[in-house]
Ligand binder design. Structure first.
Ligand code: HDE
Length: 750
């Protein structure tokens, strides 16, 4: 044979071998034995990418589009590919020297898949690591246009936003319901550049100077030796710091109050904490504090609920946020301003506006609404959006400027700095969630993870080669304005103004503004947290701080700790309470609240169906709780007696008295005096007892009354019975408007 024919034979044999290998050796490949569990085989295109998944908008120095690809490398096409787009026939088996042989280093798909996986994690945020985000829209009312040139506050102007709620101390995987401050950071993608309002759910902070931030966070984080406790302030280092560093006492009081354990992200206020400066078209300035006011009111968990949820549903707040949005119960807040004249003293009613441990009571400076925020879309991808979003106090649009608050000044440095590490270099503003919606033409170039394809040759100013582009903007083009505030000539010092020395008066103001039941909760929280400390000296030192805030508070906590109550070392501040700080005493809409309905398969199922529809119609979420999953008389069951726990519901309805199911817990004897012969499933009894203990509305009709009797709660406030489910639901809804039946809580102090 000719040499050419010989080559052909060899190639032919090789091709034949490849074909054999494909049809015989590879499980799952055509010709091999069918898999026992069948995968779906219908091919369809993935969903089209969302607009925010597009590639960065890139512009030439003349402002024209560069023509760079407009879609990010997300999921495209039907077939599995490598990251380079080569289609793959198998991703379940590595390439080996025979089915039992070693894995081959040449398996580039294996290496790519594992290497990428090995690098999937980025550092979590050093604080606020645990969070949940949502998209929405902000609509200006136009009421602030005389105060600020910021265009997004104009009447009817709509601006896209992304909000991230967070806890502060815990790691990414920690529980949502711990006692802690909550972050409430909002990114407004305004036409004039991004504005980040990086707020908390408490209006004050632990420290007055940013240089103390590493100290307070080191004290609050788990102990460095054992790395416990996770996401808690109930430990020695935290109380060591706040009792020695008494400017932290006001913020600590907020944490010990019900504000430290919100019922929902949807039911929290937000506060910019610092005083900001607004500037209008005429160049006039005012000082302001930013407030978010939730449409649903400010509501909290009880401490026992928060603790139970930490184990039963550590994602409670995330779930609540996503469920509400997906159910169409869009959370809403009003943005409001407290407005103060911009005087050289920077004080209002004697309160230093540069001291971030102080509030200005709303009774002295009412919060004036300037716009509305509505969250209406959950993220598509947690990592891409919630994890990679980067907020920064220095992201300011024209019309909003900073003040000299020393905490604010340090924050201006910290956010960008931490994000350089967390997001791996200086180009994270090109990550889809961080991209401004305003046109960007910044002369920043290169760096790790540069996605923009910059054209032009002159990223410098002045230049003649790119026609002088980009040009500086003036007032007419809405350029950012650094307000020309006069800086007083003064010696360099490491010192605070004297007014910062008052550490106790506003902690007292907060305490005195609380209702009896809220005070009771505060006492219990301090007692719990201090009882968790090992060092006697720390407890005693904190009791001394409490004595300087209020003797009743101090005495009650001291009793709980079994320690003597010290005398105040300073005169008690003479302060006027601020009723606006109390959470109770008003009525609120029930949007997105959950109503657990216990279904007895032998009970009133028609009534359950009607009540379920009525709960939906009221904008709330009915969750049917039955002995087993699936359906009961065509009604869908969402929870079983085994999976339901009272902490998930805002109210509990009983449409019968279910007898113990086969998987029930051991039952104890019915309460003395309960005449019913039938024993109720003990898990249903526990549900009712807990709901009662947490002061939730409870309703029963028909045989449901037996459950109330066996739980010993009949006739108690907030427990309603009636002939029909509809009537009972109406009463329960009325009770839910007040959030809880407050009379059920014991009040040790008034
Ligand atoms: Fe922050 N804070 N902070 N903080 N903060 C961060 O930035 C910092 C403070 C707040 O959901 C970090 O990107 C310093 C007050 C929120 O992504 C970091 C000081 C308020 C979030 C940082 C403060 C906040 C952060 C960590 C004292 C309420 C989460 C990750 C001077 C007004 C934002 C990051 C999100 C996050 C620094 C105090 C709110 C380290 C130095 C006061 C809501 O840069």
């Amino acid at each position: 044979s000719t040499p050419a024919k010989a080559v052909k034979d060899v190639v032919g044999a090789a091709v034949g071998k490849v074909a054999d290998a494909l049809t015989t050796d590879v499980p799952g490949a055509p010709g091999s034995a069918p898999p026992t569990v069948e995968e779906p085989t219908t091919r369809h295109d993935p969903l089209p990418p969302k607009p925010e998944q597009g590639a960065p908008q890139t512009r030439t120095p003349t402002g024209a589009e560069t023509g760079a690809p407009t879609t990010a490398n997300g999921q495209q096409g039907t077939y599995l590919t490598t990251s380079q787009g080569a289609r793959l026939r198998d991703t379940d088996h590595s390439l080996k020297a025979g089915p039992r042989g070693p894995t081959l280093l040449q398996d580039h798909h294996l290496r790519e898949k594992i290497t990428h996986f090995d690098h999937e994690r980025i550092p979590e945020r050093v604080v606020h690591a645990r969070g949940a985000g949502a998209h929405g829209v902000f609509t200006g009312y136009g009421s602030a246009t005389e105060l600020t040139r910021a265009g997004f506050l104009a009447k009817g102007k709509e601006t896209a936003v992304f909000v991230r709620f967070s806890t502060v101390l815990g790691s990414r995987g920690s529980a949502d319901t711990v006692r802690d401050t909550r972050g409430f950071a909002t990114k407004f993608y305004t036409d004039e550049g991004t504005f980040d309002l990086v707020a908390n759910n408490m209006p004050v902070f632990f420290i007055q100077d940013a240089i103390k931030f590493p100290d307070i966070i080191h004290a609050g984080k788990p102990h460095p030796d054992r790395e416990i406790p996770q996401a808690q302030s109930a430990h020695d280092t935290f109380w060591d710091f706040v009792s020695l560093h008494t400017e932290a006492q006001h913020h600590t009081m907020w944490n010990m109050s019900d504000r430290g354990i919100p019922r929902s992200y949807r039911m929290m206020e937000g506060f910019g904490v610092h005083t900001f400066r607004l500037v209008n078209e005429a160049g006039e300035t005012v000082l302001v504090k930013f407030h978010w006011k939730p449409k649903l009111g400010v509501h909290s968990l009880t401490w026992e609920e928060a603790q139970l949820l930490g184990g039963i549903d550590p994602d409670f707040h995330r779930r609540d946020l996503y469920d509400a949005i997906e159910a169409g119960a869009y959370p809403e807040w009003e943005l409001g301003l407290q407005v103060f004249p911009d005087t050289p003293e920077e004080t209002f009613a004697g309160i230093d506006l540069l001291d971030p441990t102080k509030i200005v009571p709303e009774e002295l400076a009412p919060v004036q609404p300037v716009g509305r925020l509505r969250l209406d879309r959950t993220p598509t991808n947690f990592f891409a959006e919630t994890e990679q979003v980067a907020f920064h106090l220095g992201h300011l649009p024209p019309g909003i400027d900073v003040t000299n608050d020393p905490l604010l000044q340090g924050r201006l440095f910290s956010y960008l700095d931490t994000q350089l590490t967390r997001l791996g270099g200086p180009n994270f503003s090109q990550i889809p969630i961080n991209r401004p919606h305003a046109a960007v033409n910044d002369m920043l170039r290169d760096g790790f993870h540069q996605h923009a394809v910059h054209a032009g040759v002159a990223p410098y100013r002045p230049n003649s080669l790119d026609g002088g582009n980009p040009f500086p903007a003036g007032d007419a083009e809405h350029a950012f304005l650094d307000v020309p505030v006069t800086v007083t000539e003064a010696p360099k010092v490491r010192a605070n103004p004297v007014s910062f020395d008052d550490h106790f008066s506003q902690a007292r103001l907060f305490w005195l503004s609380m209702s009896p039941v809220e005070r009771e909760h505060i006492i219990r929280a301090y007692t719990f947290e201090l009882a968790k400390c090992y060092h006697q000296a720390i407890k005693e030192r904190q009791l001394q701080c409490l004595a300087n805030i209020d003797p009743v508070l101090c005495a009650q906590v001291a009793t709980g700790l079994g320690l003597p109550a010290p005398q105040p070392t300073i005169p008690l501040a003479d302060v006027e309470p601020s009723p606006a700080l109390s959470q109770i005493g008003r009525e609120w809409p029930g949007d997105g609240r959950t109503v657990g309905i216990v279904v007895d398969p032998d009970g009133d199922l028609d009534g359950v169906g009607q009540v379920r529809r009525a709960v939906f119609a009221a904008g709330m979420v009915p969750l049917l709780i039955a002995p087993h999953g699936g359906t009961v008389a065509d009604l869908p069951v969402q929870r079983t007696f085994a999976t339901a726990r009272s902490v998930e519901f805002d109210a509990v309805l009983l449409a019968g008295a279910p007898v113990p199911a086969p998987d029930a817990l051991p039952a104890r004897d019915a309460k003395a005096g309960a005449a019913d012969s039938v024993t109720v499933d003990p898990r249903v009894l526990l549900l009712v007892e807990e709901a009662w203990r947490h002061a939730k509305a409870i309703g029963a009709w028909g045989a449901g009354g037996q459950v109330l009797r066996q739980a010993g709660v009949t006739g108690s406030p907030g427990v309603v019975t009636g002939d029909s489910g509809a009537g009972v639901l109406a009463d329960v809804q009325q009770l839910m408007a007040a959030h809880r039946t407050w009379e059920r809580f014991p009040a040790a102090v008034s």
